[in-house]
Design a protein around this ligand. Structure first.
Ligand code: NIG
Ligand code: FE
Length: 428
């Protein structure tokens, strides 16, 4: 018989998980719930999961097995954040006041602030400074239960600074052991010092270099009125595709810009934002199987209406949620906060929010076979809440209820505190 001796055995949890692979909205949310559950972890993967007696029948507790009694707490898959801009320098706290005084996000960008202010800050920062600030942010990310993170470049806007940003992500992945999924977003804004035609060519070279060095899996573009047009975006994404990078698109965030239509036509893995997408665009996404990544933190922080649940259901979107963590439009690092905004501002159910933050989010970054579900063979990415009812996660909005975090089989948070494994991330 196949008896496993686990490295880690979590006992007596209340388990809630979607199946691997995700599902569209607009139908019953496929969540499995087990009131008395165990999870066995071996070599960073889930070896067995389910009702405690069934798991115990399949494993042998050895001297090497670390036991964690969850005492009836809720246990969920680690959250997957499929859209972040975590490599940045400085902050844009002053822009909050400018926007409150009536200036818009795109006006601030057009005046050389916004993304361009972050570009100046990143170019002036050393690699060591970028890595140290990225590691500091990742600690907050993990403390809020996220174990898989997509990270975009996009504040370099030159070949050297975009590739340097992606190198920093690779270094952080090595240092932390976290599942970081890198995306090249050289087309985040137009660099003021470079003619547009030259920059379009530079973007092709960046895609080739990033792909050749294994520094990016996806290519992304800010397709928006006044930033990259649909035609320019298509050209950038085709350059990425030619280099082997799958497209993602910042689509229809502020004005309808044919973002969703372009993403669907190019077979993008995801189209993100979408608050101003047309019905035709959303229908095209559903037909293409492109994941719709919703960013309610951005709507909240910019004072814009959120994407409503009813639209996601009506179009049967495979919808996911992300923080969009960035210094300008969504500085939160918390997936539970994004989930709470989905529920309380967007009208989604807690069950939909959980699906969108786990299995569907994994699908948005091509990680559906490794993350987003507590199932045998998946990466051992596990969150335990300091609550018996998992819905407390969105009920106590703005409160960090994360009790324990396991990422790739390693315990990074326990009893709400960083473990030694996470404390070691400090950049020396
Ligand atoms: O997804 N929309 C473009 N990019 C980011 C904002 C980046 C920034 O403002 O620094 C976003 O919202
Ligand atoms: Fe973004």
């Amino acid at each position: 018989v196949n008896v496993v001796q686990p490295d880690l055995l979590l006992l007596h949890g209340r388990l809630v998980t979607p199946p691997p692979g995700g599902a569209p909205l607009g139908e019953a949310v496929p969540l499995m719930e087990v009131a008395e559950a165990a999870v066995a972890v071996k070599k960073g993967r889930i070896a067995a999961v389910g009702p405690t007696p069934e798991v115990l029948a399949r494993v042998t507790v050895g001297v090497e097995t670390r036991l964690l009694d969850l005492e009836g707490r809720a246990v969920l898959p680690g959250f997957v954040d499929p859209h972040t801009h975590l490599v940045w320098a400085g902050d844009r706290i002053d822009e909050m006041a400018m926007r409150r005084a009536g200036r818009t996000y795109l006006e601030i960008l057009a005046a050389g602030g916004g993304i361009l202010a972050s570009v100046r800050a990143l170019r002036a920062a050393s690699d060591d400074e970028l890595l140290a600030s990225l590691l500091a942010r990742l600690r907050h990310v993990v403390r809020h239960g996220t174990t898989t993170v997509e990270v975009k470049s996009g504040y370099g806007l030159s070949e050297a600074d975009e590739l340097r940003s992606l190198e920093v992500v690779a270094q952080a992945a090595r240092k932390t052991g976290l599942a970081l999924v890198p995306t090249l977003l050289g087309a985040h804004a137009w660099p003021p010092e470079t003619p547009r035609a030259d920059y379009l060519e530079a973007l092709d070279r960046m895609a080739e270099a990033a792909a050749a060095k294994g520094l990016a899996r996806f290519v992304d573009v800010f397709l928006e009125e006044g930033v990259f047009s649909a035609e320019e975006a298509e050209r950038v994404l085709r350059g990425g595709l030619a280099a082997g990078l799958r497209p993602k698109v910042h689509a229809d965030e502020i004005a309808p810009s044919r973002g969703a239509e372009t993403a669907a036509r190019l077979g993008a893995v995801s189209a993100d934002h979408l608050t101003k997408a047309t019905d035709e665009g959303l229908a095209a996404l559903a037909a293409a199987g492109t994941v719709a990544v919703l960013l309610p933190g951005t709507s909240f922080f910019l004072g814009l209406p959120p994407f409503p649940a009813e639209r996601a259901r009506r179009h049967r979107l495979v919808a996911a949620v992300a923080t969009d963590a960035n210094p300008g439009s969504s500085p939160t690092l918390s997936m539970p906060m994004a989930m709470a905004l989905l529920v309380h501002a967007g009208g989604f159910t807690p069950e939909e929010a959980l699906l969108m933050a786990t299995a569907n989010a994994a699908r948005a970054i091509g990680e559906e076979n490794a993350a987003g579900s507590l199932a045998e063979g998946m990466r051992a990415d596990i969150v335990v809440l300091d609550a018996r009812d998992w819905r407390a996660l969105v009920y106590h909005f703005g409160t960090n209820l994360v009790h324990t975090v396991v990422a790739g089989g390693r315990i990074l948070v326990q009893n709400g505190n960083d473990t030694e494994a996470m404390a070691e991330w400090r950049h020396s």
